[in-house]
Design a binder for this molecule. Structure first.
Ligand code: G3D
Length: 179
């Protein structure tokens, strides 16, 4: 099934809701949102600015935020957190040098975020097509998150967003888990 069909079958008919896509710059968020927009029937004009993109696709409100460094934008991001039904945290699994930074932002923006309490978290171990990328099964350990995540419903999926591989599986899990 192509992504457009998947979007039609899964997202538009069965559910609606608000999904937050978070991750460091270069993790693959823009590439992922491009995929999501492919299945769109009613895409509205995106809002781009302050490292945030907000758009609607097939009844879903998607907010993608670059949660790297720039502290002065953080107060703007927080207004996007309430009402979230599911979080996608995208990690560049091939960039081990930024794992510490990725860990810090998932802890701050997701695990310690009062607005996201109880919200399921899909962690995408992206860029699996790059040799040496950390496998989904060891990403949590590699990020040092095995203890922090115990209170959250989460799942890690390996994927290559660029090639559209593994993305459906991850999103399927999120859709099934979201309330
Ligand atoms: P961001 O929106 O999180 O900042 P982007 O990240 O989606 O802009 O992706 C950053 C770069 O990583 C892009 O390359 C993009 O093509 C690449 N990328 C995203 N997903 C994958 C993947 O699954 N595999 C590989 N190999 N690359 C990926 P450029 O060259 O445009 O900067």
């Amino acid at each position: 099934m192509g992504f457009r069909d998947w979007m039609k079958n899964r997202l538009s008919r069965e559910h609606s809701g608000k999904v937050l896509i978070l991750g460091l710059d270069s993790a693959g968020k823009t590439t992922l949102t491009r995929f999501l927009k492919l299945g769109s029937f009613q895409e509205t004009s995106p809002t781009i600015g302050q490292n945030i993109e907000v758009f609607k696709t097939s009844g879903w409100n998607i907010t993608a935020i670059d949660v790297a460094g720039q502290r002065h934008f953080r107060f703007l991001w927080s207004s996007h957190y309430p009402g979230t039904n599911g979080v996608v945290f995208v990690v560049d699994a091939a960039d081990v040098f930024r794992f510490e930074e990725a860990r810090a932002v998932i802890v701050e923006h997701v695990l310690e975020n009062e607005y996201l309490r109880g919200v399921p978290v899909l962690i995408l171990a992206n860029k699996q097509d790059i040799p040496g990328a950390v496998h989904a099964s060891t990403l949590i350990q590699a990020l040092g998150l095995h203890e922090e995540l115990t209170d959250h419903t989460f799942q890690v999926f390996g994927c290559s967003v660029l090639h559209g591989e593994g993305v459906h599986e991850g999103l399927d899990w999120l859709v099934d888990t979201m309330e």
